[in-house]
Design a protein around this ligand. Sequence first.
Ligand SMILES: [Zn+2]
Length: 79
Amino acid sequence: MGEATAEQLAAKTGRARAAESDYLNQLADRGFLKKERKGREVYFQVFTLHTMCSQCGAGVPMTLDHCTMCGALLVKHKE
Ligand SMILES: [Zn+2]
């Protein structure tokens, strides 16, 4: 996905810019997005957090519950 401003995302999702901005800021606070100010625009960078498979050592997105390489179930770290 790369990066986009709240305005660009609002245009894509059809939601109000203010609502989109709110939502993005929440995601940024929780560490799901990286927020970067460029001049007057604020860009949100979308990245996926990775974890390492304990079976094969592959990097697996934390949104998945099993390894895409070897199929092992991933142990989620509890907060
Ligand atoms: Zn694996």
